[in-house]
Design a protein around this ligand. Structure first.
Ligand code: AFP
Length: 341
């Protein structure tokens, strides 16, 4: 594995990685660099949110029927613009938009080779209370022929993602991403306006003693899920002791902690609507990118029965149950859910 010099900028890092592939055109690196730039701008706005009058519901609802807040709109517009300005992206799917966005093909000399899925501001219900929120992204190679792209370009299995990453707007802003060659973390130094390599080759502990779940949903879970959570609070579990509960309600923040400290984050299927049991998290914008990062850091991600990265999406806003984290803790969750149907 390459030795990485801490403190180099993210853009330099991306360029160095590109040089490992002499045939690379640099187009893919340009997309990553555009994401880095957009993340800096959104980070600035998140930090100013308490000052500027841009916090609060914008009055609209997104395609999931949730309140859209102003900062969501800002982040969505910014990431979409950043991707559209890049002539290598043909198709963008955003959690905030019902349909795919085709970047303007007229401006392109030739069809863009890539498709991007993005959750521009995840955990947005936490904005008002100054709790960490994040951006999640993934990049696919385009598979449709012709000049324009189509939904099929983003409706690809997670194991076909070329890159996945997130930005956490927390006590500091960090960008964590993988192109399948290790997971690397960069911390934004606001004084120079650059993401600097702070956490090369991140590895998730093989086993932890934290579980992260919205336990208020207990009455709506399947019996096997309840049994599993009860077991986590006992001694018959991988930690051999009651696990500690940590839950922020912002996937990026909950996953980020799990990546560092180990354990499991889960959003299982629930029966709030008994006729239509479902997971809450979105496969394309949340589960698949987070799963790619987890696996590349030595962790695992499953819907209880299937590896998240092997699920073929059929809809842009498809939801899935998600169990992600340390290998031993995800395997333990799977033991309860595998045969539950
Ligand atoms: P919001 O963006 O509406 O805050 O949803 C965040 C999220 O999609 C994900 O980031 C959290 O893990 C999960 O929902 C929290 O859901 P609950 O509020 O139901 O626990």
């Amino acid at each position: 594995m390459t030795a990485f010099r801490r403190g180099i900028t993210c853009n330099r890092f991306i360029y160095n990685e590109q040089k490992q592939f002499p045939q690379a055109s640099g187009e893919f690196s340009e997309i990553l660099s555009q994401i880095v730039l957009a993340a800096k701008v959104v980070s600035r706005e998140v930090n100013r949110a308490g000052l500027a009058d841009i916090v609060g519901a914008a009055g609209a609802t997104n395609v999931q029927g949730e309140d859209v807040q102003k900062l969501d709109l800002y982040a969505n517009r910014h990431f979409i613009d950043a991707m559209s300005d890049n002539c290598h992206v043909s198709v963008i799917a955003s959690e905030e938009n019902e349909d795919i966005i085709r970047t303007d093909p007229e401006r392109m000399l030739r069809p863009g080779k890539y498709a991007v899925a993005i959750d521009p501001l995840d955990g947005s219900s936490n904005i008002d209370v100054n709790v960490s929120i994040g951006t999640i992204f993934s990049i696919h190679r385009r598979i449709t022929p012709g000049h324009d792209g189509g939904p099929a370009d983003v409706l690809q299995r997670g194991d076909r993602q070329l890159a996945a990453g997130y930005v956490i707007y927390g006590s500091s802003t960090m960008l964590v991403y993988t192109v399948g060659r290790g997971v690397h973390g960069f911390t934004l130094d606001p004084s120079v306006g650059e993401f600097l390599l702070s956490h090369p080759n991140m590895q998730m502990p093989k086993q932890g003693s934290f579980y992260s779940i919205n336990e208020g949903n207990f009455p709506y879970w399947a019996p096997k899920t309840r049994e599993w959570v009860v077991a986590l609070k006992g001694t018959e579990n991988p930690a051999g002791k009651p696990n500690s509960l940590r839950y922020i309600g912002s996937l990026v923040a909950d996953f980020h902690r799990t990546l560092f400290k180990g354990g499991i984050f889960a959003y299982p299927m629930d029966f709030k609507n008994p006729d239509k049991p479902r997971g809450k998290l979105r496969l394309l914008y949340e589960a698949a990118p987070i799963a790619m990062i987890a696996e590349n850091a030595g962790g695992r991600a499953t819907d209880g029965q299937r590896r998240i990265l092997e699920i073929q999406p059929t809809e842009l806003h498809e939801r899935t149950p998600l169990f992600v984290g340390s290998e031993a803790d995800v395997a333990f969750a799977e033991r309860f859910h595998r045969d539950a149907g």
